[in-house]
Ligand binder design. Structure first.
Ligand SMILES: [Zn+2]
Length: 351
């Protein structure tokens, strides 16, 4: 992967390329942006550039050469001088101080193969304040061969003192059309309608759009959340049994990523009801109706046909929009470090 594989962010890339060309990289970088905005790829390319052995290439192009031994190891994620630290799960405060201590303990050991040692710290929003404080001193005065590359959803979620020690880059917002073009080019195999709708609901994140498309593939193969989502939408079960039902399906290990996937699938299902309302006349010719979740709908009665028909009777457009707003709210609360289990419980009691 090279910088030309990152979409937009021309200005950010121009600045970073300038630093690589000059051979002078600061001791700490922060890449801030929504999940799926490309910050992790930026961190990986920058780390590769820092260890790349082809100095002539770097000083001319400001990119890693991509072919030297160091670049190949970095690409395969086996370079001994690129150390990636991230939280156990995607839930708040799951990035423990023990991991930070490991970093600090190894900090002064010289690099093995390169003349730089890179610490990529992913999703710093999950790091406890104690962890951030412990790391602060290292970021303030790192050994001359160390570079920290931090990724975070939003800089509001990290300590001011950490922010002030690093060079910050905010990832560009990516428009619906840009997401569509990117997926058509790089992830062939999805239909035009599917891509268009995923791009529309992705909120500027390629990662989220790809998740939606993959969720759709998963629900097509019958896995995903199966009848659980239909159960939530079609009945008004008592919340305790609903929660127990979810727990029995593995939700007891609930983490943020899992819950985000669940909300995305639920959003797709709710969106399908709205689409079914809008395209009522087209339902006789379901090929024209771009369902994301209930995609086994057809004239002769696929397994989702009855479900959609029942949901159409249960939901007014207003009710759909209200529910959609609630899912959106609980989904974004997750970004602000709210415990996943509590988030789900309050969501269930609110719908
Ligand atoms: Zn190289």
């Amino acid at each position: 992967m090279k910088f030309c594989d990152i979409i937009k962010n021309e200005k950010n890339i121009q600045i970073i390329k300038g630093m690589i060309k000059s051979g002078k990289l600061p001791g700490a970088f922060i890449f801030e942006g929504a999940p799926g905005s490309g910050k992790s790829s930026m961190a990986d390319i920058l780390a590769m550039a820092a260890v790349c052995q082809d100095y002539a290439y770097k000083s001319e192009y400001g990119e890693p050469c991509g072919v030297c031994e160091a670049c190949r190891k970095a690409g395969a994620k086996i370079h001994p001088d690129i150390i990636t630290a991230e939280s156990e799960s995607d839930s708040a405060l799951s990035f423990h101080i023990d991991k930070v201590r490991e970093i600090i303990d190894g900090l002064y050991l010289s690099p093995n193969e390169s003349d730089k040692k890179i610490y990529i710290i992913k999703n710093m929003q999950n790091m406890t304040p104690q962890g951030q404080n412990a790391l602060l001193k290292s970021i303030e005065e790192p050994p001359h061969f160390v570079i920290f590359i931090i990724t975070v959803n939003s800089c509001d979620l990290i300590l001011e003192t950490v922010k002030s020690r690093a060079v910050r880059f905010t990832m560009d917002y990516i428009s619906e059309t840009e997401i569509r073009n990117y997926i058509e080019k790089n992830n062939p195999g999805f239909g035009d309608n599917e891509i268009a709708y995923a791009a529309k609901f992705a909120n500027g994140s390629i990662g989220a759009a790809l998740d939606m498309l993959q969720n759709r593939s998963a629900s097509q193969s019958g896995s995903s959340y199966g009848d659980l989502i239909y159960g939530i939408l079609s009945e008004n079960p008592d919340k305790l049994s609903l929660y127990q039902n979810m727990a029995s399906k593995g939700f007891e290990r609930l983490n943020k990523t899992e819950l985000l996937n669940f909300y995305s699938a639920l959003q797709n299902a709710v969106r399908d009801i709205l689409i079914a309302k809008i395209f009522t006349r087209d339902l006789d010719n379901p090929g024209n109706v771009p369902f994301l979740y209930f995609n086994n709908y057809n004239k002769s009665g696929g397994k989702d046909t009855e479900k959609i028909n029942k949901l159409l009777n249960l939901y007014s457009a207003k009710k759909i929009i209200d529910l959609s707003g609630k899912i959106h709210k609980f989904k974004s609360d997750l970004d602000y470090n709210i415990n996943a289990r509590l988030n789900l419980i309050s969501f269930l009691s609110d719908i």
